[in-house]
Design a protein around this ligand. Sequence first.
Ligand code: NAP
Length: 288
Amino acid sequence: MKQYGFLGLGIMGTAMATNLVKGGYPVTVWNRSPGKTEELAAMGARVALSPAAVMAHCDITFAMLSDPAAARTVCFGDQGVLGAMTAGKGYVDFSTVDAATSLEIRTALIARGGRFLEAPVSGSKKPAEDGSLIILAAGDRSLYDEVLPCLEKLGKKILHLGAVGNGARMKIVVNLIMGGMMAALCEGLALGEKSQLNLVEILDVLDAGALGNPLFRLKGENIIADAYPAAFPLKHMQKDLRLAIDLGDELMQRLPCTAAVNELFKGARQAALGEEDFSSLFKTLRRP
Ligand code: NAP
């Protein structure tokens, strides 16, 4: 029976690995902080002690890691997946990273006879739990066809976008837009609040017209409750804005709004909001 691995059991990885286990796949997991494997182990997953041990045991290994540095460490680092890659095995990286990181990982794994797909996802904690993510895959077509049944346990819309790099760039574009939307929502609500308007009524007005959308609805609830449990940690939103700015620099594309939005999110990280949901940006704007 084909064996599957999962590296990185954070907010998204835990939910996604859980859906694979519930889908009947034999899954071996690893996480840098070992305590996070307990939930999956209780559901029947095997636990391995390193990325290399997962890769050695499995035919296909998935990863969901925080950023480019983490993706590189898990691939190239001590006991990383690269050392255990052999001909025919597959590696599918769901992490949101830049195209250069993805391409470097692909090149190294292919040199060992392996196959690689980048597959960043759109959708947050709840869609990950519900198996309704949007999966932006790119890379080895044979691997894509092979893992499609697994991806169908994780997502409601699954795309193959061509060569490695296109998935990373698509994800960066989508999150640039999302960061801007969140900044606009928070600024508008902060101004409304200062103007003695009712936040619930502002959100109600937005929802009734062309500006209504699930993001405002969902994150509006956080703002009204003044509670920001991390679904999408603010530090990752700022990382994605940084990746967008880097891509804009590389392509000489002006991103004036994104540059300003990035500064807002950097400010929020300086205010120690990095681990809270990215909607906690509101807290930095509503201050007197
Ligand atoms: P998270 O909860 O912060 O989890 C990050 C994972 O990366 C953890 O397993 C963490 O291990 C691991 N990690 C970090 N640095 C590492 C390193 N140097 N070596 C090995 N492992 C390392 O993040 P998340 O929300 O699940 O997001 C994961 C990725 O998906 C990010 O790229 C994010 O941008 C993207 N994403 C997130 C969402 C969302 O709504 N949350 C939605 C779409 C995409 P430890 O447990 O040891 O810290």
